[in-house]
Design a protein around this ligand. Structure first.
Ligand code: FAD
Length: 471
């Protein structure tokens, strides 16, 4: 039995060869590294795997803090079921009973001049929404007549402005990009960050035609859910299933590469040798470790990151005059709210606030407001309190406040990211047995990280089967 749920225990197999080496060393125990190690051990139990995590607790951005009766997710607070990568892991870990329906999660708001306006959920509502002017709607309706773009990557803003007009690009583009990347829509690559949009243009010649076709086609139902105990339940279950394969509080300081693989030297004086090396750290950490091995690869790994803060605030429910329903709201710049968005945390995950209390989790900072990260903690809380006073009318003293700062929070996929990725992959191929995983490369969402982890575990398993590991 694993700690939570009831998936298989992977701890029984020895986690090193007789000479103390591993077949695969994974560095970085965020969701990417944990899931890679987990799938690898499930699919190729004969492989000796080791996972080294620098922090005392595994999970990276995906953790839950339990404080004063509140459960605060330090990064994502929900999962989307219906995405194969997520479903497979939840099933494999036996977490189905821990899933909590996030009530009304499809309903989201956008801040317009300090007021909350529902984001349209379908074509009818889009025609009626006050978020876009009548000329802006007419321009958006002409979208199917717009020619396909020339070859080449462009920013999310440029793509949306070309297809739907500048007003929709400003309103919706900023919301999409700040909701996922805390980024600047003029600086984020559409083909890397929102490939589903470029796919619709390529396949259907139009976003509106493509979305209509998708609505007609039967697609798996997606469901936003929370986990009992918070998202940390997922990373704790992975860690519990890995048992002794996972070593925490052990940062890799340097790497050497020789004929039979890689040797990692760690902060606690260990030396771990493995034939295959998975760097599941942020790109800047991978760059530092790879510098002595391949300076060109190190340069390519200079992917920018932006700071973000999570500010969780709890109130007595009776002190909140206008109860927020749905998932929460996003706040474009210049609309009277400084937070990038606020998540209706206690409504989405019942049990995350004490009885009779509510909790909101604001995400603030990012590419368009890097100064937020430099504020003293009290001012961060004060700023979010003002945002909540503006939007949900709460002016009472909070019963709880907690700030989690991520100085290098979210990687930014700049236009040209996919080309950079191809060059990274070509450079990494010069170092046999090296693999790069994590949210810097093929998607920043948890589901993207899980998909990538499974792909990598498949690849490693198959290379064993092909005898490629027996170099
Ligand atoms: P990380 O979580 O960064 O893990 C990397 C790990 O490597 C860390 O644990 C670190 O300690 C370790 N490490 C680094 N260097 C070394 C070393 N030298 N030796 C050993 N270990 C090392 N995604 C969603 O899908 N939905 C959301 O709602 C959502 N909200 C988010 C909110 C916030 C505030 C943030 C910051 C992110 C959010 N994300 C969300 C994104 C998602 O959480 C991340 O993309 C994902 O968790 C990244 O996981 P990772 O394992 O790739 O990287």
């Amino acid at each position: 039995m694993i700690g939570i749920g009831g998936g298989p225990d992977l701890r029984s197999s020895a986690d090193q060869n007789a000479d103390g080496s591993a077949d695969v060393l994974v560095v970085g125990g965020g969701i990417s590294g944990l899931a890679t190690a987990y799938w690898l051990r499930r699919m190729a139990p004969h492989l000796k795997v080791k996972l080294l995590e620098g922090e005392q607790r595994p999970g990276g951005k995906v953790r839950t803090l339990a404080e004063d009766g509140y459960l605060v997710d330090t990064g994502p607070g929900t999962l989307t079921l219906g995405d194969r990568a997520v479903d497979e892991l939840v099933d494999a870990l036996g977490l189905a009973d821990e899933v909590i329906n996030a009530q009304g999660a499809a309903k989201r708001y956008l801040v317009r001049r300090g007021r909350l306006v529902p984001l349209p959920g379908g074509p009818g509502a889009a025609l009626r929404t006050p978020l876009v002017s009548a000329p802006g709607k007419v321009r958006a309706l002409l979208e199917p007549l717009m020619p396909r773009g020339a070859q080449g990557d462009e920013s999310v803003h440029d793509f949306l402005a070309r297809r739907l007009g500048s007003e929709v690009a400003k309103t919706i583009g900023e919301a999409m990009v700040s909701g996922i990347f805390a980024g600047d829509p003029r600086e984020i690559s559409v083909s890397a960050a929102l490939p589903q949009l470029t796919y619709l243009e390529r396949r259907h010649g139009s976003l509106l035609r493509g979305m209509a076709a998708m609505r007609r086609a039967a697609r798996p139902v997606r469901r936003v859910v929370g986990l009992r105990g918070g998202m940390g339940t997922l990373t704790s279950a992975l860690a519990a299933a890995l048992g002794g394969l996972l070593v925490t509080g052990t940062r890799v300081l340097s790497l050497a590469h020789g004929g039979t693989g890689y040797t990692a030297t760690t902060t606690d004086g260990r030396s771990v040798h493995a034939r295959e090396l998975v760097l599941a750290t942020p790109a800047y950490a991978a760059a530092g470790l790879l510098e002595p091995l391949d300076p060109e690869l190190t340069e390519l790994l200079a992917i920018p990151y932006v700071p973000v803060d999570v500010v969780a605030i709890g109130y007595r429910a009776q002190d909140v005059p206008r109860r927020l329903d749905g998932f929460g709201f996003l706040a474009p710049r210049g609309e009277g709210v400084r937070s990038l968005g606020v998540i209706n945390a206690s409504a989405l995950s019942p049990g995350s606030a004490p009885e009779g209390h509510v909790m909101y989790r604001a995400i603030a900072g990012g590419a368009l407001d890097p100064g937020f990260a430099t504020l003293p903690e009290q001012e961060k809380v004060g700023t979010v309190r003002r945002d909540l006073a503006t939007t949900v009318g709460v002016t009472a003293e909070p019963s709880f406040a907690r700030v989690i700062a991520w100085p290098q929070g979210i990687p930014q996929y700049r236009p040209g990211h996919l080309e950079r990725l191809a060059r990274i992959e070509a450079a990494a191929a010069r170092l046999p047995g090296l693999h790069l995983a994590g949210n810097a490369y093929r998607g920043v969402g948890v589901a993207d990280c899980l998909r990538d982890a499974k792909r990598l575990a498949d690849l490693l398993r198959d290379s064993v089967a092909d005898g490629a590991l027996a170099r």
